[in-house]
Design a binder for this molecule. Structure first.
Ligand SMILES: [Zn+2]
Ligand SMILES: [Zn+2]
Length: 546
């Protein structure tokens, strides 16, 4: 693993409980000039007297004459050892500027709404009736490999129906429960793909990190890359390469009139992908809060409030969860969540060196007033993200999640709920982005990577099945609304502030629920709440999704 400098699993630097004096990220109550009353917010702060407070969609408010720049990555003895070498110095996000302006979000207008008639195949991992020929073969195979989900959790013998190998097992049939075979560890939590996008480069046939060897000159330059709509850069060393057939040397997009536009991009690639992975690892651990604020912080109304307060609760719980396993689960879930955003949103070059490129001036380009990173470099980043982040992090999260679910302790319900909320939301975000990209480059399909998205959606359904059938995940929300309230704390072993959070969430869900009725019938897979809304359905049936 090249990312040897990565912080231990449970040590994402979440500052909810970090000792004073560490200029990192703090979680706190809203200050005056706040958005909706009572809403908590992430505060970006440095050591007094320089306090920088960011509110979604607003300018930061800083006291006059700041003495320190806002920065990330400064560590104390209690924190992980900071990286050495070029990453040792704290990364300056701004200079000594008094006001740090929140970069604009990608305008919502560019996001296509999920449509009725989406070509994504219907998902039916839960069933009650007879199966088709393929499913029968799968079921028969499953009978040989292990128990169904219900029998597995109940630790009872899973007895197949000898007369019909595709039918539900005897136990499930007698209880009228759905008989499903999928395990948590089978779930795909990101958009899997075999190789980098062929539109960027055809050099790599897999996600293995194979460095470029044919260089055009000896000049090594250091550039900074960040997602297009936020300021969380990482540094990479790049060098001009000898282009091969299939290497894209231009940025492409389709303008409003449907014309394909291009912008020349010089042939620069990452010198050492392992070194770049280290840089990205440090950036992720230092900027989880910025990602959350940029992607979840905007918006008003009950749905935005539910998203925001749940992300915030999860963020705090990284530090406050009662066990190391739960802390690890949430920290790695956040790392994975950021990694999914890194692989699904456009990135740009920031900093001083833009490799001689001009900024794009077309308002129809997602890079208007920005410098896109070279497509071949984008392909390299995909290799890095899949090999060093998405795949290993997903494995850790699923293993951890499975262990917690199989233990079926009430005390872990809260952690599991928060982790699944993030993962299910991530699935919807990824689907939406995939649709946007397909439109951006004018693909014939609605989705750019239908196979990858479909697998992730199957994974979301499996997680929901386990959430409902293994741990009765929706019960606390019913108790919060209809009582008896005394059982709420007991069911999830919740602390008083967690009870308040669940009661508040249940009330929000109750108000929003009518808006969610059409999500499944209209197959709005890219809607923020397509999957999340199903967490609150105590009578959830997977086969109602199609
Ligand atoms: Zn069974
Ligand atoms: Zn069964």
């Amino acid at each position: 693993m090249p990312n040897r400098r990565r912080a231990p699993d449970s040590q994402i630097r979440v500052a909810a409980a970090i000792p004073a004096g560490i200029p990192w990220l703090e979680v706190g109550e809203l200050q005056p000039m706040s958005p909706p009353a009572g809403r908590t917010d992430l505060l970006l702060a440095s050591t007094p007297p320089y306090d920088l407070v960011i509110y979604p969609g607003r300018q930061a408010q800083a006291p006059p004459q700041p003495k320190l720049p806002f920065r990330t990555g400064t560590a104390s003895a209690a924190e992980p050892t900071p990286p050495s070498g070029p990453d040792a110095a704290p990364q300056l996000l701004v200079g000594t500027s008094k006001v740090w302006k929140v970069p604009p979000r990608v305008p919502r207008g560019r996001k296509p709404k999920a449509k009725t008639g989406n070509p994504v195949p219907a998902l039916k991992p839960v069933r009650h009736g007879p199966l088709g020929a393929d499913a029968r073969r799968t079921a028969a195979q499953r009978r040989q490999t292990g128990a169904c989900m219900i029998c597995h959790y109940k630790k009872t013998t899973c007895t197949p129906d000898k007369a019909d190998s595709g039918a539900p097992c005897i136990s499930c049939r007698s209880r009228e429960l759905p008989c499903v075979a999928y395990r948590v560890t089978d779930v795909v939590l990101y958009r899997e793909q075999d190789a980098p996008c062929h539109l960027f480069s055809k050099r790599w046939k897999s996600m293995d990190m194979i460095d470029i060897t044919e260089w055009a000159d000896n000049d090594v330059r250091t550039i900074k890359i960040s997602l297009a709509f936020l300021e969380a850069p990482f540094e990479v060393e790049v060098r001009k390469f000898v282009p091969l057939p299939g290497d894209s040397l231009e940025e492409k997009w389709v303008d409003k009139t449907g014309n394909l536009k291009t912008w020349p991009v010089p042939p620069y690639g990452i010198v050492c992908m392992a070194q770049a992975a280290d840089s990205i690892s440090g950036m992720i651990d230092s900027n989880v809060g910025i990602y959350i604020r940029s992607l979840i912080g905007a918006g008003t109304g009950d749905e935005s409030q539910l998203l925001w307060q749940t992300y915030l609760a999860a963020f705090k719980h990284c530090e406050n969860a009662p066990t190391e396993a739960e802390k690890k689960l949430l920290c790695n879930t956040f790392r994975l969540w950021v990694s999914c955003r890194l692989t699904s949103h456009p990135d740009r070059i920031v900093g001083d060196d833009h490799l001689g490129m001009r900024q794009i001036d077309d308002p129809d380009s997602p890079f208007e007033h920005m410098t896109p990173s070279p497509p071949v470099l984008g392909a390299q980043l995909e290799c890095i993200m899949y090999s060093c982040f998405l795949r290993p992090l997903s494995e850790k999260v699923l293993r951890n999640l499975m262990e917690l679910m199989e233990a079926r302790r009430q005390s872990t319900w809260y952690t599991i709920y928060l982790a699944l909320f993030l993962l299910l939301h991530s699935c919807a975000m990824m689907t939406r982005r995939d649709m946007e990209y397909a439109r951006l480059v004018s693909l014939d399909d609605t989705l750019a990577n239908p196979q990858g998205i479909y697998k992730q959606m199957c994974g979301a359904t499996t997680l929901l099945a386990h959430f409902h059938f293994a741990i009765k995940g929706a019960v606390p929300f019913r108790l919060a609304l209809h009582g008896p309230s005394s059982e709420l704390g007991t069911h999830g072993a919740l602390l008083p502030d967690q009870v308040d959070f669940i009661v508040d969430s249940a009330a929000l869900v109750d108000r929003i629920r009518p808006k969610w009725r059409d999500l499944r019938p209209t197959e709005s897979y890219g809607h923020d709440f397509y999957w999340i809304s199903q967490m609150f359905d105590e009578n959830w049936k997977g086969d109602k999704m199609a």
